[in-house]
Design a protein around this ligand. Sequence first.
Ligand code: FAD
Ligand code: UDP
Length: 372
Amino acid sequence: MHYDYLIVGAGLFGAVFCERASAAGKRVLVLEKRNHIGGNTYTKEIEGIQVHQYGAHIFHTNDPAVWSYINRFGEFNRYTNSPVANYHGELYSLPFNMYTFNRMWGVTTPQEAEEEIRRQREKAGISQPRNLEEQAISLVGQDIYEKLIKGYTEKQWGRSCTELPAFIIRRLPVRFTFDNNYFNARFQGIPMEGYTALAEKLFSGAEIRLNTDYLDNKPYWDSLADTVIYTGAIDRYFGYPLGPLQYRSVRFETEVLDLPNYQGNAVINYTDRETPYTRIIEHKHFVFGTQPKTVISREYSAEWQPGEEPYYPVNDDANNALYEQYRALAEEEKNVFFCGRLGEYRYYDMDVVIARALSLAESLLQGKRSNP
Ligand code: FAD
Ligand code: UDP
């Protein structure tokens, strides 16, 4: 059997590309080294609850085309993410909004909150933020930085906030309203049957081999298809000739508890430095579950070591420069496209991954040979 496309990796990028190619009548073979499809979005049912096995995944997008596309494969609920921060037992509303400012400083109006932040920024003497610490202080002031950002970020990234790029913190909204929606997105929700059910539909037109690492027998797999869509790590593809790119990894400790409601919210961030985990997810709250038991996951962040699952690319200057060198090598590869979070070494959310997969599929299915 010869295939039009060999998709390496059964994550979201692979799933969307697969659906488009299959719908266009193409023959598709998918290889996945893990024992399941869905990549990091994979959900598994435990005690009747869809458990996000690789960390909480909340779908959000501003792109109506992406939203209407993904809704064809499963129904989404109205879940709106509004995590709570726990700093040594003090609870704060996230993202940074009027509830947070009121709890932190007792201010009750946007003017008072803005004035307090301006005062703290001036005291710190920051005009052009050069790193995450300076960016955070200039956005929300010293107090919020110390209690809600510094400890969490240093646990999550294993690096000092002065060594991290400013863009990481600019992902979070800062609002002078009583709106604690974590995302600035027109559309948001959780697939009611779980992400794995979505992936099953997207992959339904293809042949899938699980527990199969493409790189164990690359020449053989290459010989089976015209074009390879590679969504694994770009540095691993080449065997690390320039050294490994850095990633952050996450370890999850998942527990079933014999009570209906453990923490009253899907996501609670532990923002102090002393608590060893970054957050606790209580999965049933993503879908307003009413089961008698509950499932929670504590997330521990760690530096990635070869052989482990890479999660977050570390997009600092040194790693971005190394990635550019790998990208130059990738451009020499014939008929291989490097895609997704790992193939492009980018901190992409799911909606961006979907948009990019739709766009590459459209371009290739029209006979173009370049990545748009
Ligand atoms: P992946 O899901 O990583 O899929 C790549 C697949 O390729 C993997 O299954 C891997 O096993 C497989 N693979 C790799 N190498 C090989 C090989 N050699 N042979 C065979 N298979 C291989 N996004 C949001 O929009 N909202 C969120 O709330 C959110 N939360 C997140 C929380 C965490 C902890 C993480 C890590 C990410 C989160 N994301 C979130 C981002 C989201 O997970 C990604 O955008 C999306 O999963 C990327 O899909 P992908 O297909 O590029 O990569
Ligand atoms: N962040 C923080 N405190 C929090 C939540 C987030 O300081 O309580 C910072 C942290 O640096 C994190 C960044 O904001 O890396 C982006 O947060 P987001 O929730 O988008 O991270 P994700 O885990 O979704 O990638």
